[in-house]
Design a protein around this ligand. Structure first.
Ligand code: SF4
Length: 197
């Protein structure tokens, strides 16, 4: 098992509730047991998709995910009681970094819900904040651009960000979470498996 104790402590010191899971299946079961009878919004997340969280929660919650229901679900997700997302990088010092193109995912982690869950695989972990920013920009964003088939220099080579000015640029905002937003409980689920981009 990876040593997640430092990042766990640093996240707790920043005010987050933190739970650690050995497997994605255990984390998905935890979310399924914890969220019931709620409206639930999803941010774009390969991690959540891999975990099958949407399908689990859909049987006993009202779920909104634009990856399933189309673009109009973004607004409904923004107004949900509970919001779920991953992050593009997590520094061992506790900062989390997310990049977005449309903005719904980063906005959803900042305001408007009773509770936010951030689900993070071990591959997102970096030693420092600077490395977290680097990972988000040079690893996660190019991989996402490639997945989307975007006509951007990073999607072609997948080696780094070129800070392009392409009309298909996928990264239009970058948000750093230094701590849970005021008046919104935020729980971080750390998973000792590689998940997402
Ligand atoms: S700015 Fe352009 S080149 Fe850089 S990651 Fe985003 S889409 Fe790719």
């Amino acid at each position: 098992m990876s040593d997640l104790t430092k990042v766990e402590k640093n996240l707790r010191d920043r005010g987050y509730t933190v739970r650690t899971f050995a497997t994605a299946a255990e984390a998905a079961a935890y979310l399924d047991a914890s969220i019931d009878g709620a409206s639930v919004g999803f941010g774009g997340s390969a991690t959540l998709k891999t975990m099958g969280v949407y399908e689990k929660l859909a049987s006993h919650n009202t779920v909104h995910w634009h990856w399933v229901g189309g673009p109009q679900e973004r607004l409904a997700a923004m107004q949900a009681d509970v919001y779920l997302s991953s992050v593009n990088a997590l520094a061992e010092t506790g900062e989390m970094v997310n990049i977005d193109g449309v903005g719904n995912r980063v906005a959803g982690t900042l305001f408007g819900h009773q509770k936010v869950y951030l689900v993070v695989g071990r591959n997102k972990l970096t030693a420092t904040y600077d490395e977290a920013v680097w990972r988000a920009r040079n690893v996660a964003a190019p991989q996402r651009a490639f997945q989307l088939g975007a006509k951007t220099p990073c999607a072609r080579k997948q080696d780094r960000c070129y800070d392009c000015k392409s009309p298909e640029r996928v990264c239009r905002a970058m948000v750093t979470l230094w701590g849970p937003m005021m008046d919104m409980e935020t729980e971080v689920l750390l998973i000792d498996e590689d998940l997402g981009l």
